[in-house]
Design a protein around this ligand. Structure first.
Ligand code: M6R
Length: 357
């Protein structure tokens, strides 16, 4: 099934441009615009706050989703780690709508929250890759990811599919509220797919970055601001779970509050710079770590790039940059794991879906 690929993870990373195009087709209406079905639109319109609940990579997609939902459609949105929800239960609004994001649709921690909020009588929506999964069957509504089976334990194409579907949801809510978006999402997702295709073609560059920065390090840091910070969390998780290198994602501005103490000569620091409004500040954070000996690798968006950046991402709409910036991070983690002789598809101690609480 993996054809000529050495493993599933690489195949799934490569499939991402096609997945985005498939999502656009699946959600396209008769006017050629991406939209969601009326029931879900109605359920969201009737709610006053969205509560996203998820685990791992799906939680990271939820963080990006919150930004999309709040920025594009003005709906207050919170994101919660499923396994913490019952202990740190937020105060709920009057008419909450719960959104469960889960590739497998089988994550026990998320299901426990679903069962609980259903008992309380709240509306629920599951965003999943698996039609007929437990979370899909038990929720009031489902949005499918259309990513095709994801076999590798490290989630790649499901993450980008989740962010893409959340962008469609956000744009649809905005439309429903009569808010004019200043861009055409259908067209912009097409541009994203092309950008992803250009990035998966740069494997040699990314393999070399992995070798240069991660060959014999014990740890690595990822820094970013605004939405880049959320992609840094996901990038660090990817590296940790398949290469066993200790990695952390940090908000650029937090470094000086403690983390910078960890920077030594040669510490790899990956910095994402895809957001114009924080470009200056993330670049000064890079200078701060470089001054303490870090080996910095800057990945920037075309138009914001500066001399010395290691990789320049093709330009896409600034609300959609996570869809492209995560791709080189996935490949860097992949090659680092391979170079260290790790089993990329089946990392130690992990299962594809976590069906125990
Ligand atoms: O199937 P789910 O999306 O609910 O799974 C959630 C996490 O277990 C999952 O994303 C996990 O973090 C991945 N192995 C990360 O690559």
């Amino acid at each position: 099934e993996k054809g000529t690929y050495p493993n599933y993870m690489l195949k799934e990373i490569d499939e991402q441009p096609a997945v985005i195009r498939k999502i656009v087709m699946a959600y396209e209406d008769d006017k050629g615009q991406v939209s969601i079905d009326e029931d879900i639109r109605g359920a969201i319109a009737a709610s006053d706050r969205l509560y996203i609940v998820a685990a791992g990579t799906s939680y990271h997609a939820g963080l990006v989703g919150k930004q999309l939902l709040e920025n594009l459609s003005g709906v207050p949105t919170e994101v919660h780690i499923a396994s913490e929800f019952s202990y740190n239960m937020p105060l709920l609004s009057k008419n909450p709508l719960f959104i469960f994001i889960s590739q497998s649709g089988e994550t026990a921690d998320s299901r426990a929250v679903l069962v609980h909020v259903k008992k309380l009588g709240f509306r629920t929506l599951t965003i999943t890759n698996v039609a007929g999964s437990t979370l899909s069957r038990e929720a009031d509504h489902t949005l499918l990811l259309h990513a095709g089976p994801e076999i590798a334990v490290a989630s790649t194409k499901a993450y980008t599919a989740q962010v893409a579907v959340l962008s469609i949801l956000a744009a649809d809510i905005a439309n429903g509220k009569g808010m004019e978006l200043d861009f055409d999402l259908t067209k912009e997702l097409g541009i994203v797919a092309n950008a992803m295709a250009a990035l998966v073609d740069q494997k040699e560059v990314l393999e070399n970055i992995a070798r240069e920065y991660l060959a014999d390090t014990r740890n690595a840091f990822y820094i970013g601001r605004a939405v880049d910070y959320f992609v840094c969390l996901e990038s660090a998780l990817k590296l940790k779970e398949i290469s066993y290198i200790q990695a952390e994602g940090f908000a650029g501005g937090e470094l000086k509050h403690g983390t910078i103490a960890l920077i030594e000569k040669g510490t790899p620091v990956f910095a994402l710079a895809t957001q114009a409004h924080v470009n200056g500040s993330i670049r000064s954070n890079v200078k701060e770590v470089v001054a303490r000996g870090a080996n910095a690798c800057i990945i920037s968006l075309e138009g914001l790039n500066e001399e010395g950046d290691s990789l320049v991402l093709p330009e896409v709409h600034d609300a959609l940059t996570p869809l492209v910036s995560v791709v080189p991070m996935q490949l860097i983690a992949y090659y680092a794991a391979l170079q260290r002789g790790c089993d990329v598809d089946k990392p130690r101690n992990l299962a594809k879906s976590v069906t125990v609480e």
